[in-house]
Design a protein around this ligand. Structure first.
Ligand code: WT7
Length: 643
């Protein structure tokens, strides 16, 4: 593979950026011509942010898996597409070549069809990080089914909500998943999610942990049995066929939290997403043919979709897929993997770096990290201490670090330095990629251009014009997409983040400005956690805020009023945690729960979160204006509980 659109110097970055703004259609037509299309597009871009309506490469026909698989077969067929590292380091590694991946994807595509899946159907995928997860995702894409991967840490209730929202009739899952010392009973969670569900017709179960599972006649089938029923010979019985899709047909739905209670199904489409994930992968990481790329995310999140699967595979790259966790059997696991597979690009999250920093340098002893060329971070702002540790001890001051800012909704990287090409600045995401036009606005949507006292321009981060990888809608509710992203400020996409800009035009993301928390790089809406807490029988009401957490970036702090304690405070606390686990999943469990006799409210009944945030941070002397409080005594009491 060669990447003629790979930017090789600061000058060509500037040129590319300029062209992408002045003539986006010509710019993206050039890039898009490097992919496999069945029919070329009629029009590169149609858009307005009012409705919103965004169409890239309309009239174009393709199947994304042909760019990810088929086109590599001739030259890269024998090369590893996926290197799979099992949870248990003593288990056998699996190396999946492009040829093998193609074959397995085509086989499973046939399995899906045999089980009644058709173009446009939604297939929910709830699996651990095994190669079969990649096969399932790509097989959906191959037949034009819309995949919706759900992270293994979500509860039965969360799955049930997503199944209903997506109106999904098909599920692919595993009996269980290995993660560190744990064995997660995925199929049993699915069984709970399906109680009362009338829509799901088929559940396909891949055997991983051999934990006992209940298989319901007429509904549940084994992956292995189904695979045996289909040919694996190209050309026989249509084996290898693809569904030819419109560029704007949906490729997948991925649910993400917002400031309101219910997660939204972000929809990405085939053509633009393909171009964007590939372009950003090749440019930010400066991927060179033959290199080994290791993105440590789970495929249940957008990072895994875009930078374990679609971006690397469309570039013919070798992508490492890791089943386990960074700290099991010990905190040297990432470094063992880098050493074992001679990883060239390591892409991980600040929370992982901070947690590994805590183990000191011992886990690094004897690990050869000299293959590393580029390091990346994503998910939350990276603090300078973690940045320098990553630079010094992992990159040995020899590897550029790319700090990549983006979102589930953006499909791929948006603001990031290009490794070794554009300058890095610790804790700054730096410059927008070609095609990305950021703007900082004040509360009224007016552009901010004046510097604040600290010398930076400060505002809410918006994007002025469309880029190929942006979301098109939220599944089943286009109005929700409009109000969430396009209605806050007229004619702008609002990210929900605040940012600073320096004199060089570099951006630093300061964090969410809405009621969304970022816990270990995962987005969690405060309203969602409150709803879950409020489900507990003894809870009257609750208010959830974030606070600075050394490892997670943000921790979850809940103020709760109860009708009475069941047992003592601690056992009631445990019951509430269990409730949140059941309703959302263990990832949303509050780190701290403080029982209070009332919440601070304004006279009109609004909870004053600003004050609760300060108290959670321990800034008891800086509560700001409290004159609008209905009952100031409540605040004194909460403060005392805190002391
Ligand atoms: C939110 C998006 C994009 C994949 C992982 C998270 C925060 C993301 C950075 C970064 C500072 C970052 C933002 C954003 N974020 N990357 N490099 N620096 N903040 O995806 O769950 O959709 O969350 O993560 O607040 O809005 P997500």
């Amino acid at each position: 593979m060669s990447y003629p659109y790979q930017i090789k110097s600061l000058e060509s970055y500037n040129e590319a950026y300029k062209k992408s703004v002045e003539d986006p259609e010509a710019f993206w037509a050039d890039v898009a011509s490097n992919f496999q299309w069945r029919k070329k597009w009629d029009k590169v871009l149609n858009w307005n942010f009012k409705e919103p309506r965004i169409e890239w490469f309309s009239g174009g026909r393709l199947n994304i898996t042909e760019s990810c698989l088929d086109r590599h077969l001739e030259k890269l067929g024998e090369k590893p597409a996926i290197i799979w590292e099992p949870n248990n380091p003593e288990e056998r590694t699996r190396i999946v070549t492009y040829e093998r991946l193609h074959k397995r994807v085509c086989q499973f595509a046939q399995v899906l069809k045999n089980n009644g899946v058709k173009k446009g159907d939604r297939v929910c995928i709830y699996m651990g990080m095994v190669p079969e997860l990649a096969y399932a995702v790509l097989a959906c894409a191959r037949i034009g089914a819309i995949h919706s991967v759900i992270f293994g840490g979500f509860s039965a209730q969360s799955i049930a909500d997503r199944l209903e929202d997506a109106k999904a009739a098909f599920i692919v899952t595993c009996d269980g998943a290995f993660r560190g010392a744990k064995d997660i009973p995925l199929k049993s969670v699915i069984d709970d999610a399906l109680i009362g569900n009338k829509m799901v017709k088929r559940v396909i179960v891949y055997t991983r942990t051999r934990t006992p599972v209940s298989m319901i006649k007429g509904r549940d089938v084994w992956w292995e049995d189904e695979m045996l029923k289909v040919t694996d010979t190209l050309g026989v019985e249509g084996f290898g066929d693809v569904e030819v899709m419109d560029a704007e047909d949906p490729l997948f739905i991925l649910y993400t939290s917002g400031s309101t209670g219910k997660p939204k199904g972000v929809v990405h489409t085939c053509g633009g997403y393909m171009v964007w994930t590939n372009y950003t992968f090749v440019n930010a990481f400066q991927y060179q043919p033959g290199q080994v790329h290791f993105c440590t995310a789970d495929i249940g999140w957008i990072t895994g979709h875009s930078y374990i699967l679609y971006g690397p595979l469309s570039a013919g790259a070798t992508s490492v897929m890791f089943e386990g966790v960074p700290t099991w059997p010990d905190a040297g696991r990432f470094w063992d993997i880098v050493d074992k597979y001679k990883v060239n690009i390591l892409y991980t999250a600040p929370t992982a770096i901070r947690s590994l920093m805590g183990f000191g340098l011992d886990p690094l002893k004897g690990k050869d990290l000299s293959s590393l060329k580029v390091l990346g971070t994503v998910g939350e702002p990276i603090n300078e201490e973690a940045w320098h540790w990553y630079d010094e001890h992992i990159g040995k001051k020899n590897c550029p670090i790319v700090d990549t800012w983006w979102q589930t909704e953006t499909g791929g990287l948006m603001i990031t330095n290009l490794a070794g090409i554009t300058p890095a600045k610790p804790s700054w995401a730096t410059l927008p990629l070609p095609g990305v036009q950021p703007i900082l606005v004040d509360e009224n949507g007016k552009e901010v251009t004046e510097k604040a006292e600290d010398g930076y321009v400060k505002g809410n981060l918006c994007i002025k014009a469309p880029w190929p990888g942006m979301l098109r809608t939220t599944y089943g509710d286009h109005e929700r997409c409009r109000t969430t992203y396009f209605a806050t400020y007229e004619n702008l996409y609002f990210t929900g983040d605040g940012a600073l800009r320096d004199d060089d035009g570099f951006y630093r993301i300061t964090g969410r400005v809405d009621d969304v928390l970022n816990v270990s790089g995962h987005r969690i809406g405060t309203a969602e956690v409150e709803n879950a807490i409020n489900m507990h029988a003894s809870v009257v009401e609750s208010a959830v805020v974030g606070y600075t957490h050394d490892i997670k970036g943000q921790g979850i702090y809940a103020y709760v009023t109860v009708t009475g304690l069941h047992g003592d405070e601690d056992s009631t606390r445990q019951d509430i945690l269990q409730t949140v686990s059941r309703i959302i999943g263990p990832i949303a469990k509050p780190d701290k729960i403080q029982f209070v006799s009332g919440l601070p409210k304004t006279r009109s009944g609004k909870i004053m979160r600003r004050i609760l945030r300060k108290i959670a941070e321990g800034q008891l002397e800086q509560l700001g204006d409290t004159s609008t409080l209905l009952d100031p005594a409540v605040v004194d009491e909460i403060k005392q509980g805190k002391l």
